[in-house]
Design a protein around this ligand. Structure first.
Ligand SMILES: [Zn+2]
Length: 614
């Protein structure tokens, strides 16, 4: 019951926020204070002090797309604008750019994933997850969805509609939902009539120099307005980060705080990519029941194109095979194998085009190296090579279809070392070697004809428990012959850490396509290794049994490509730094599209930023 109450609260806050913004839209003309023309044109807060001139970005302000490779999808970059000379003009520019972004993305339906951990205080470890919730859907960036979902009828049925939303959330359906309130400061009324903008300072976020503004809603401008801080990059004047909340809140409720990041993935536009939310105060005497942290990831902006390249590759591979097979008919066994490959290709293409699978890339090379190590040392010689792919979602899962092993991004993130990665891959390799082939029914193409929303209902690769046991047994055999044989203590530690958190991370351990690593709070994967190695000791700072989420794999939200994160190691100074399986804030290193650093910066920066601390 506690769970239900909580998530209802979450849904309520989310939905009310969307509703509140919309509600004020419809009433906006009546509610607006009579605008003092002078004030509207020049909010006094925005007037720059003499030493705070905007950077002279731009005598030669580069057109964002200049000399850069065309992006995957054709989104025309915005027209170049004259360089602003006052902060007032900067405000006008970023307001205009924000509306331009909303328009450009309005026909996109990217994938949105929110993973949320409720927190409880642990004397040794600090706030730790007590339970968790997961939501995956398609984000309709168009204007209509919030209105459609929440605003059709009177307040009386609002509660019912929220309950409807709550059930959808809880059941984790793969379908469109109105999440768009979180990605923009204010979808419809981001302007001078509703907000005051006050210039704060200059600051670098990663490689990108930004102008920082505080944003406050004007009095009587309606409920659920953005209140917080925005970072504006100083070439195209796009918002790259928003940090704050919505205000004022409706009675008996309040809004989440959020930290929302955008990436420059296409020329001239910064695309909403990550949102971190956190609530809760664990200092002595505080009685706030709501304590959580949540990561929202958005990807798959360019989904329509997905799959086409794969198809072409497959055609080419097939023709090569045909010419080498000296014109013989396929034997029954060959026919069976071709059939299975067809199913495998169908599933991989379908999952990729639904935005759930990363295209083949960097991470696969690492995964394939590990699989190769297992194969070579175990003399495994399969008729077709084993491939690997990354499932883009957070829940910890692996599965295989034909000779393709799929591992989730979340699982790669939390694995502490290569031996643990080898362990989870070896289980799937064992299924392949043992011929536990699932999914050949997907060789019939009609079975691929379902909408993206219904992917999870139409695909599934769960083995019966006898096959699971057999695969675990075989996997341990493989590992003991492999280069990882001496490091199986680490695998044991990982399994112990997973066991310690299994009871409170039900959503993270709920798989969508493959067999779960744990059920009913009990880890069942590779149980023969679970007693291996030393006891789990949170106080031992050099014992890293599992990592936080998000530390290993980086996904490009535009084209879904996955790559390994390059981070410098950071020393752990207390048990609270370990955060196994936990959600942490996002802090992406921002850079411009194509990685170009404007050559004009050193001189203009020196001339125009005397005292910014940068
Ligand atoms: Zn299995």
């Amino acid at each position: 019951m506690r769970t239900s109450n909580w998530i209802l609260t979450a849904a309520l806050l989310v939905s009310v926020s969307a509703a509140a913004q919309q509600a004020t839209d419809s009433q906006a003309p009546a509610q607006q204070p009579v605008a003092d023309a002078a004030q509207t044109a020049q909010p006094q807060q925005a007037a720059p002090a003499p030493d705070q001139q905007p950077p002279a970005p731009a005598a030669s302000q580069p057109a964002p797309a200049a000399a850069q490779p065309a992006p995957a999808a054709t989104v025309a970059p915005p027209a170049t604008v004259p360089a602003p000379t006052t902060m007032d003009q900067v405000v006008n520019l970023f307001i205009e750019r924000e509306h331009g972004l909303i328009k450009v993305l309005s026909n996109r339906t990217p994938v949105v994933e929110t993973y949320l951990q409720n927190l409880t205080a642990d004397p040794q470890l600090g706030p730790v997850p007590s339970e968790d919730h997961y939501f995956l859907g398609r984000l309709d960036m168009g204007e209509t969805i919030d209105r459609k979902d929440y605003l059709k009828e009177e307040e009386k049925s609002m509660q019912q509609r929220l309950l409807g939303g709550f059930q959808k959330l809880y059941k984790v359906q793969y379908q469109p939902m109105g999440f768009s309130w979180m990605v923009y400061a204010d979808r419809t009324d981001f302007d001078r009539e509703h907000y005051d903008f006050r210039y704060v300072r200059r600051e670098f976020l990663g490689d990108v120099r930004c102008l920082v503004f505080d944003v406050t809603p004007k009095p009587k401008s309606g409920r659920g307005r953005f209140l917080g801080r925005i970072w504006i990059e100083d070439q195209g004047f796009n918002i790259v980060r928003l940090n704050g909340t919505y205000y004022p809140a409706p009675r008996n409720s309040y809004f989440f705080h959020m930290d929302s990041w955008r990436l420059n993935l296409i020329p001239g536009y910064w695309v909403p990519s990550f949102i971190y939310s956190e609530e809760g105060d664990f200092s002595a005497g505080v009685k706030n029941k709501l304590a959580f942290k949540a990561q929202t990831r958005i990807w798959g902006y360019d989904l329509k194109k997905g799959g086409k390249d794969d198809e072409l590759t497959n055609i080419r591979v097939d023709s090569v095979q045909d010419s080498s097979a000296t014109a013989q008919d396929a034997s029954p066994l060959q026919a069976e194998r071709v059939w299975q490959q067809q199913a495998e290709d169908n599933v991989v293409d379908r999952l990729t085009s639904a935005g759930l699978l990363a295209p083949e890339g960097d991470v696969d090379r690492i995964l394939q190296t590990v699989v190769n190590n297992l194969e070579v040392t175990n003399n495994i010689d399969l008729p077709r090579p084993v491939r690997t792919r990354v499932l883009l979602t957070s829940p910890l899962e692996t599965f295989s279809v034909g000779n393709t092993i799929v591992i989730s991004r979340g699982l790669v993130d939390v694995l502490p070392d290569e031996a643990s990665l080898a362990a989870v891959l070896s289980h799937e390799l064992a299924h392949i070697v043992l011929g536990h082939n699932l999914g050949s029914k997907y060789a019939f193409n009609d079975r691929m004809l379902f909408s993206d929303d219904a992917t999870y209902q139409n695909l599934g690769f769960k083995h019966i428990s006898e096959e699971e046991t057999a695969a675990d047994k075989k996997a341990v055999e493989f590992l003991k012959n492999s280069p990882y044989a001496q490091k199986l203590d680490n695998v044991g530690l990982f399994l112990k850490a997973l066991q310690q958190r299994a009871g409170s991370l039900n959503a993270l351990l709920t798989t969508h396509l493959g067999n779960p690593l744990a059920e009913g709070g009990q880890v069942n994967r590779l149980s023969a290794l679970s007693t291996q190695g030393p006891a789990l000791d949170n106080g031992k700072l050099d014992q890293i049994a599992a990592l936080p989420l998000g530390g290993r794999v980086k996904v490009n939200p535009w084209d879904d490509k996955a790559e390994m994160v390059k981070t410098a190691p950071v020393a752990i100074t207390s048990a609270r730094d370990k955060m196994p399986f936990e959600v942490t804030p996002f802090f992406p290193r921002l850079s411009r599209f194509g990685g170009n650093v404007p050559t004009a910066v050193p001189t203009t920066a020196a001339n125009s930023t005397p005292n910014t601390g940068n």
